[in-house]
Write a protein that binds this ligand. Sequence first.
Ligand SMILES: Nc1nc2c(ncn2[C@@H]2O[C@H](COP(=O)(O)OP(=O)(O)OP(=O)(O)O)[C@@H](O)[C@H]2O)c(=O)[nH]1
Length: 200
Amino acid sequence: MEDYKYLFKVVLIGNAGVGKTCLVRRFTEGLFPPGQGATIGVDFMIKTVEVDGEKVKLQIWDTAGQERFRAITQAYYRAAHALIVVYDVCCQNSFESLPQWLNEIELYAGTQVLTFLVGNKIDKHAKEIPTHIGEQFSQRHDMTFLETSAKQSDNVEKLFMDIAKGLTKKAKENLLDTEDKTEFPTGGSTPISTFSCCRI
Ligand SMILES: Nc1nc2c(ncn2[C@@H]2O[C@H](COP(=O)(O)OP(=O)(O)OP(=O)(O)O)[C@@H](O)[C@H]2O)c(=O)[nH]1
C-alpha cells in the first residue's frame, strides 16, 4: 500500500488561458512549459508533500477553462477537498468571470470545500487588477487569496503547501471526508494550441 497519511483532491478552475496548467506543472514538475496548449476536458497530476512530518498526497485536477468543456469539468467539483479559482491579473475579463465560477462552486461543490482565489501572471507589467481589488473580492467570498507567477515561480509552492496544511488541519479536526480514496472520474486530455485574450 502506498505510504501516505492523507489523500486530498484539489481542483483548479477559471477562464481559459489564465495559467492553471502552468501553475500545476510549476508545482509538480518545477518547470514553466513553453507553448502550453489548452487543456481538453480534465488533466491530473500527483505530488506528495510533507506536513508536520506526515506524508500528504495531493491529487491535482486541472480543468479546461473553455466553455465547451463545462459539463465535463463540473463532474469534478463534488469530490474536491479544495478548489483553486484562478484569474489573470492582466486580463479584466478573467476577473469579471469570477462570479460565474463561484456560482458553479455553489451548484456543484460540497459545502466543506476550501476555496482559494489566485491572481496569476504577476510577472507581467500590464497589470489590470490591483492586488487590493483581488483581496477585497476574496474577503467578500470567504476565500484565501494569493497572487502568483507560474513563470517566475512566485508563491506557487506556497499556494499548494497552504492548501495541504489547511486540509490536513481540517482532516485532523474531523471536518473532512478523508476516507474516500476513490479516484475522480477520468477525463483524459490531449493538448492542442488555441488562442484567447489571456494566452501569451
Ligand atoms: N507571463 C506569464 N505567462 C503565463 C503564466 N502562467 C501561464 N502563462 C501563459 O499563459 C498561457 C496559458 O497558460 P495555461 O496554463 O495553458 O492556461 P490554462 O488556464 O490552463 O488554460 P486552459 O487549459 O485553456 O483552461 C500560456 O501561454 C502560458 O505560457 C505566468 O505566470 N506568467
